[in-house]
Design a protein around this ligand. Structure first.
Ligand SMILES: Nc1ncnc2c1ncn2[C@@H]1O[C@H](COP(=O)(O)OP(=O)(O)O)[C@@H](O)[C@H]1O
Ligand SMILES: [Mg+2]
Length: 363
């Protein structure tokens, strides 16, 4: 298989997801890929997770928002950016799926809903998946570039739609959902032995809210299941490409290998690998050849050149060591596009530098 390049990853996909451990440059890479794709004429929306303050300001995503804001770029590049507001996304989904305003309000104002929408683990991941599906189907955009949170569980959103579908299919859920028949009230349902037990554990009020929530949900769940199914297929389709970001440190390489494993387990291929924060190579020679030159210069009575060659030997030695560290990673992503980005002298938070990184990645 011939190695792919980032240009085709950006040109031929609808969604690009960046993953990797914290601090390797995921957020920076996601922004760089988004700008690069916009420069290639695609209308791009970037979902960013935890940008540094200065980057957030440069992108114009100072606050959580559910509406992408246009990023000012020169030329005709069209880029939007947003920071996901999971709660607002959840609310919008409820509104879209509800039969009418009254049903939407009953759900949105239910304390159990408020609790799951903002706190329940899994709902954040599901909303991330939901939002990216929505943006991928938004006529304003050709491509969604997604940054992921700096946790090992970052790829859980891949499973979130399936978990939601399983839950809505679950027997207990179906039973709770059964509308109160023959004037049976929530309180009577709550008097059932199993629910009494649950109520003792989680509190009777919470239980009553939960039952009310599930009953308010009536009629919505087929729409939810269809939607979750569509989100799931997008995430696993050819339209969605995954880019792993790593630096050349042993620990981040181990994490990258972990993420590649997570993707492989889910039958998803790695489309690209970005190796970030690398030591520049400085010429084509080896560390040893620089040391030989240093010795020769010293013999010839040229200590300045000798010192320069010794420094060169040192930085080349670092680059060579990095090469050994990333070798096993490269072996695992054969066929994927690979980009190498050097460590800059200073942090990169401004659009010009990120633009330049994007050009470097795409080549
Ligand atoms: N090639 C690079 N050279 C210099 N600084 C970098 C480079 N890539 C990223 N950084 C800086 O490293 C820090 C972490 O980058 P970030 O993209 O936020 O990582 P992550 O999202 O993986 O946690 C940021 O301050 C960023 O500006
Ligand atoms: Mg980040």
């Amino acid at each position: 298989m011939s190695a792919a390049d980032f240009a085709s990853v950006l040109d031929d996909s609808k969604v690009v997801v960046c993953c990797g451990s914290g601090g390797v440059g995921k957020t920076t890479t996601a922004a760089a890929l988004a700008i690069a794709a916009a420069r290639r004429g695609r209308r791009v929306v970037l979902i960013t997770i935890d940008p540094a303050k200065r980057l957030a300001d440069a992108l114009g995503v100072g606050a959580l928002s559910n509406d992408p804001a246009r990023v000012p770029l020169d030329g005709d590049a069209q880029l939007w950016a947003m920071m996901l507001d999971a709660r607002a996304t959840f609310d919008a989904v409820i509104r879209a799926q509800s039969r009418n305003e009254a049903q939407a309000e009953r759900i949105l104002n239910n304390p159990f809903y408020v609790n799951i929408a903002s706190r329940l683990s899994g709902s954040q991941e599901y909303m991330a998946a939901e939002k990216l599906y929505e943006l991928a189907n938004d006529d304003r955009f050709d491509l969604v570039v997604v940054d992921t949170p700096p946790t090992r569980e970052a790829l859980d959103f891949l499973e979130a739609p399936q978990r939601l579908m399983n839950f809505l299919d679950h027997r207990v859920y179906r039973w709770l959902m059964t509308p109160a028949r023959g004037g049976l009230k929530v309180l009577n349902i709550a008097a059932q032995p199993i629910l009494r037990t649950i109520g003792r554990v989680i509190g009777a009020d919470v239980l009553a809210d939960a039952i009310d929530f599930f009953q308010a949900f009536e009629g919505i769940e087929p729409g939810f299941v269809r939607r979750a199914g569509a989100v799931q297929s997008l995430l696993k389709s050819e339209d969605c490409r995954y880019v792993v970001v790593s630096s050349a440190r042993r620990d981040t390489v181990d994490e990258a290998v972990y993420f590649i494993g997570q993707l492989t387990q889910r039958d998803v291929a790695v489309a690209g690998l970005v190796l970030n924060r690398l030591q520049p190579a400085f010429g084509t020679g080896s560390a040893n050849s620089a040391l030989t030159a240093a010795r020769a210069a010293r013999k010839a009575g040229d200590p300045t050149t000798a010192l320069l060659q010794e420094n060169l030997a040192h930085v080349r030695r670092v680059a060579e060591a990095e090469h050994a560290v990333i070798e096993p990673l490269l072996a695992r992503v054969q066929g994927a596009a690979v980009a190498r980005i050097h460590q800059r002298a200073a942090d990169v938070h401004d659009l010009d530098t990120i633009d330049a990184l994007g050009r470097e990645i795409v080549g």
